[in-house]
Design a protein around this ligand. Structure first.
Ligand code: 0O2
Length: 247
């Protein structure tokens, strides 16, 4: 390999590294935002609306494939505009109401520019796909410049996520030409997943209602009894009993 070629390769490497790093930083920013929301929500409401989150950055191969499907691009700037889900984060919630709550909390953040909201929960795709997609732009501050970077946030329930991962696998297994019988069964499975979501949320609401109606013994203290930074609530009844023992 000649010196020129080597130099060119080095430049390509630097350019691609800078390109991918930008998405990495943008993703980190959104992850931090979600961590904060989650922790704050837990503290204020004693409830965690997020089951888990998963982030990913598309590989250069996957970016190129999507680009090809969309008719190509002439510059990295065009790649950024054409493939807007290079950085993606998936938030899995227990209930549909949690999805909208998280979405509202994220949309209320001033430094996130909401580019689009696709509500495939209210308007599912014909195949049965359900999820809430937020496309946001995140400001990323680097040593020599500031960039506004696209991040796609997909928010869905555990049931929707289960369905989507199976459908995704089947789709690729059959190279996008899925037999009609399987498509029909997938549609049916999506309806079952939806019924499960509705039933679970109904049950959850019922239990929440019961919790507020029944006066459970108040928790007087939260103590770390196991030495594992895990505080356990000590009911007042037990505290009274212990005080009597001591006295
Ligand atoms: P991957 O491999 O998950 O990254 P876009 O093509 O993104 O510019 P589009 O199609 O309008 O425009 O975007 P949309 O509808 O927001 O969907 C983008 C992503 O949502 C997909 O990314 C999938 O992750 C997911 N998705 C959308 N529809 C379906 C579906 O029917 N089934 C499943 N399993 N996932 C879906 P990619 O890049 O297509 O795939």
């Amino acid at each position: 390999m000649g010196t020129n070629q080597l130099e060119q390769l080095k430049q390509i490497h630097t350019m691609l590294t800078r390109f991918m790093m930008m998405y990495k930083f943008a993703l980190q920013e959104v992850e931090t935002k979600i961590d904060i929301l989650q922790e704050e929500f837990q503290l204020l409401h004693d409830y965690n609306p997020i089951e888990h989150t998963k982030s990913r950055i598309k590989t250069p191969e996957s970016i190129a494939k999507k680009l090809y499907r969309k008719g190509g691009a002439g510059s990295l700037g065009e790649v950024r505009e054409s493939v807007r889900d290079i950085a993606g984060i998936r938030i899995t919630c227990s209930f549909v109401s949690d999805i909208y709550q998280i979405s509202r909390m994220l949309q209320a953040q001033d430094d996130l520019e909401v580019v689009s909201v696709k509500d495939y929960i209210k308007n599912p795709k014909p195949n049965g796909y359900k999820s809430l997609h937020l496309l946001v732009k995140v400001p990323v501050f680097m040593s020599d410049r500031q960039e506004s970077v696209y991040v796609e946030i997909q928010i869905r329930t555990i049931a929707m996520d289960f369905w989507a991962s199976l459908e995704h696998k089947i789709f690729y297994k059959f190279n996008r030409a899925v037999p009609q019988r399987l498509l029909d069964e997938l549609k049916e499975a999506a309806e079952t997943a939806n019924e499960l979501d509705e039933k679970m949320e109904r049950l959850h609401n019922e239990v929440q209602q019961m919790k507020t109606e029944t006066s459970l013994p108040a928790h007087g203290l939260n103590l770390d009894l196991m030495g594992e930074n895990m505080k356990l609530p000590i009911p007042n009844q037990l505290l009274t009993l212990l005080k009597q023992e001591e006295g």
